[in-house]
Design a binder for this molecule. Sequence first.
Ligand code: ADP
Ligand code: MG
Ligand code: ZN
Length: 640
Amino acid sequence: MNFKKIISGPLFWILLVLLGLVIVVPLLLTSSGTGQRVDTNIGMELIEQGEVTEARIDDGDSRVDLTLEEPFELDGRTLEGAVHFHFSQARAETVAETIAQADLEGYTDEPEQSNWFLSMLGFMIPFLLIAILFIWLITRMSGGGSRVMQFGKSKAKMFDKDMPQVTFADVAGADEAVEELQEIREFLAEPQKFQRLGAKIPKGVLLYGPPGTGKTLLAKAVAGEAGGSFYSISGSDFVEMFVGVGASRVRDLFKQAKENAPAIIFVDEIDAVGRQRGAGVGGGNDEREQTLNQLLVEMDGFDPNSNIIVIAATNRPDVLDPALLRPGRFDRQIPVEAPDFAGRKAILEVHSKGKPMVDDLDVEQIARKTPGFTGADLANVLNEAALLTARSNADLIDDRAVDEAIDRVMAGPQKRTRLMKDHERRVTAYHEGGHALVAAALNYSAPVTKITILPRGRALGYTMVVPEDDKYSTTRNELLDQIAYAMGGRVAEEIVFHDPSTGAANDIQKATDTARKMVTEYGMSAKVGSVKLGSGDTNPFLGKEMATGKEYSEQLAAVVDQEVRAIIEEAHDEAYWALTENRDILDTLAEELLRRETLGAKEVAEIFAQVRKRPRREVWESSPRRPIVTEDPLGGDPDA
Ligand code: ADP
Ligand code: MG
Ligand code: ZN
């Protein structure tokens, strides 16, 4: 448990308030005595000398209140009327005796009535406050006083007949996801059709992608189209309560859904409960794990014919417990990504209904200005633009309003996307184009299936090459192609801009790793030979250096470095050749990317139809004795 976690939990605050009470309440409740305070000895002296008419002992506070008969001079100050002094417990008896002997009229050692009442109150108040605090916390957590008694009940909102009608038509620019979900809708609407053929209907569907891309919207659309009941609950609803509640909520939720089948259970933000179990030092979060376990149990438990489908959504598929993704659970996984240009246009189309614009403004222009925006961002832009227009008492939304709205949405608190500056976009287009073109010009690369310059996570864009068949091993030529392909992005930047960017760091890392493995693990360097160097298995507790503990000499290490470098330089040359020979195609490709942002396999293939292929590499010669270096990297001259 770290400090932040402790501070954000309620326990910390409860303890803090209690501590405060323990300190403050006694202070508040002790009447601090009347009149001036004097030393114990002086007080006693006053009593003994008969200067006082009245003395009252307050045992609880070890204090004596005195009333002086007449003003009394002491060390230059005048005591008058009421005076008090404190005594230590050790002297309590002496004090009492002294007062008794003084035989005062008003002497009493009875505590006052009000005092007694006060101390009772002092006793009660902390308890009262704790009770109040407790009730307040509970009501706040469950969102209303009336819910206090319903801990275990599922908080899922059920929508039935009066569910807000969302249909697939409301979701734009997510065609692939919609297509997959159409299928789910069919499962729900006509289960017999599939069961007749013995097909198993999927139990769970996971929608994943960045926030605001329409995952929640898609789930609602499935429900709207399928016409069943729809239960929607957010992962964070499960975790906010006390131990054991999340699990019983899950149970309750599934019970309700079964009674109202066909039904969709929608678990939004499932990462809140579905995080990998047992992660983190200190055992993790029991409550969350119980909830997750219950969810798994319920998903395993319901029979595939019960006509319930669980749809979950998350921004963080990477942190999900692998158990959730096993067959029979969320085995359908549908990516929902930030829309490309065409997608943005379609989304703007949907959201611009009822928002009149000036004649020379159309959604295409807005789509052009908003690369990286999600559906939610775009809806926001149009809404802001409408607000700005209304505020300035205009009738039609114009360019300026849209531009300002875009700025506002970008600067907004939930800004997640970023607009790339024009130059950065150009660099990215050439970088990604470089990768793709090198893959196309070499002989052992898989075909390019997708190129995009939409920023995603920390990557500015990416290029995807997918082999046609499953592959279980990779040849030397394929590895060399991979390295050249990795260098392609950087080389394109060099050739076109003569000012390479940091965007290639990851590519360089990958290329270096592959080259090093070729030399130290795959036996693909003739100089080093077919030996495995370094222990290979990484120990997470040791640094990388320690883990691959060098079991070989400095000289051999130098040879390895030389070989790795030679492979990379060769790959650089190949990429350079591919891009300069095909410079016209590179330019066309970059232009198309800037225009359309994402290109699919077909469009890429069209552009690459005329690519000049690089001749095949020299064959790997086999020989009985290879120039393996054992001691001296420079080939045997001892004075070198
Ligand atoms: P997520 O659940 O992925 O974070 P939401 O579904 O909550 O995103 O989207 C928020 C809002 O953004 C939606 O209600 C809708 O108005 C708008 N929106 C998001 N994606 C789309 C889309 N693909 N088509 C139309 N509107 C969208
Ligand atoms: Mg959502
Ligand atoms: Zn790259």
